[in-house]
Design a protein around this ligand. Structure first.
Ligand SMILES: Cc1ncc(COP(=O)(O)O)c(C=O)c1O
Length: 422
């Protein structure tokens, strides 16, 4: 049976506080399942035990703090829904994004596994690592990863915390500010021709050649352990948000920005495990030039997007879905949408200007994609109907980064991040 057909909708409904001009494309996922508990295939990727282990490790790091879940009553009123909660990751570990939860956690687990094998111990604790008990062994280990900015920063930060070497591959489009932010953490940064996906392959091949350990945030189906650890770490963000929700009823919708899909998979899985058959509808949001999730869900199998993939939303500019995330999001995502760079830029300006009377907030290009997707749907009568958004809807958004490139932020918003009152 043919699945629902994608539609292209011109936003023209209602809201006057932002320029409602952006085109977007919305598609219901033909493979989505509803009213079904979290499955065993999904539990092999992400489960309560994995989250518990991640929580024990991450909560022991210096500087760990639960990030705020912020209420947007003004925006909820303006968009005609019951409430909106926004998990603000702009201050996570001082690295300005949710990413340290994943990359640095995967570095910790990799070191714990490697040292246990080397020393023939059954288990190495995170406290042993933090206390420098195995610092000679750590100093001889090199970790590597590809990044469009935030994942590399997270891996480099983890490597510095635990005292191992770190080489990060960035692609052509990564800004100098993002490159410097990684190098400032002591990593060697190598610029690789081509896209993010090309850098992923270079990191993997160089690691094999040099005897390094690769810590990807995506899985091609062959490398499993490190990307699974990355996603287990991300699940902590979702778990925190569930604990912070002020009402007892589950949210109705979560809008999740997707690059390779690790963050969206972790969040979808966490809400699914917690709320079971009452889980919220999951809507994936991607840049229109690199919508690998949209196209893969449409064809019901992972497809590769080719071409430049360039987007203002650099963290989401990926052409290939993570095979681990696919196991969760193929049945778990209810819809997928493509948005333009301008829609993301407008969402950044909307948050900074606090036009609806909510607190002003700093959020980066990739971090606002979920909000931009929500705004696009909220402003279109047909799209609202399609995903069931109405006056009783309770939406949770994840602001996954702050001003990770302050110069780009100032160019887009017209003010420096520090000039936005928080
Ligand atoms: C700020 C931000 N949000 C969301 C994402 C998407 O995460 P994933 O690639 O796991 O889908 C990224 C990825 O780099 C990111 O940097």
């Amino acid at each position: 049976m043919a699945g629902p057909r994608p539609v292209r909708i011109d936003i023209n409904y209602g809201m006057s506080f932002f320029d409602n001009k952006h085109l977007f494309e919305l598609m219901l996922n033909p493979s989505a399942i509803s009213g079904v508990p979290y499955g065993t295939a999904q539990a092999e990727v992400l489960n309560a035990e994995g989250l518990l282990k991640a929580k024990q490790v991450i909560c022991s790091w210096p500087g760990y703090a639960v990030t705020p879940l912020i209420d947007f009553p003004g925006l909820a009123r303006a968009t005609g829904i019951a409430n909106i909660h926004y998990k603000d990751e702009a201050q996570r570990f001082g690295l300005k994004s949710f990413k340290p939860l994943g990359g640095a956690y995967a570095v910790a687990r990799l070191l714990m596994r490697t040292i246990a094998t080397d020393t023939r111990k059954q288990e190495i604790s995170i406290h042993d690592l933090l206390d420098g008990k195995y610092k000679e062994i750590c100093a001889g280990i090199t970790v590597t990863a590809a990044t469009d900015g935030n994942h590399g920063r997270s891996v480099a930060w983890g490597a510095r915390m635990f005292g191992c070497r770190c080489i990060i591959f960035i692609n052509e489009a990564v800004s100098e500010q993002r490159e410097h932010a990684i190098a400032d953490l002591g990593a060697v940064v190598r610029r690789n021709p081509g896209s993010y996906d090309d850098a992923v392959r270079t990191a993997r091949e160089t690691a094999i050649h040099e005897g390094w350990h690769v810590v990807p945030d995506t899985s091609d189906g062959c490398i499993i352990e490190a990307p699974r650890n990355v996603t287990q770490g991300y699940a902590l963000m979702a778990a925190e948000s569930i604990e912070q929700l002020p009402y007892n009823t589950p949210p109705t919708h979560i809008f999740l920005q997707a690059g390779v899909g690790g963050m969206a998979a972790a969040t979808c899985a966490q809400f699914w495990q917690h709320f079971g058959v009452d889980r919220p509808k999951t809507i994936l949001v991607e840049p229109d030039g690199s919508a690998c999730w949209f196209e893969s869900l449409k064809r019901k199998e992972p497809v590769v997007i080719k071409g430049s993939l360039d987007s203002l939303m650099g963290g989401l500019a990926c052409g290939e879905v993570s095979r681990l995330a696919w196991i969760i999001l193929k049945p778990g995502a209810n819809a997928a949408m493509k948005i333009s760079d301008e829609a993301a830029a407008d969402a950044m300006r909307l948050l900074a200007a606090a036009e609806c009377g909510d607190a002003p907030l700093v959020a980066g290009e990739s971090g606002v994609a979920g909000l931009a997707g929500f705004l696009a749907i909220a402003g279109d009568r047909a799209a609202r109907g399609k995903v069931g958004l109405d006056s009783s809807s309770r939406v949770v958004l994840f602001g996954t980064e702050g001003a990770t490139d302050p110069q780009a932020y100032a160019e887009i918003v017209g003010r420096k991040p520090e000039a936005i009152a928080v």
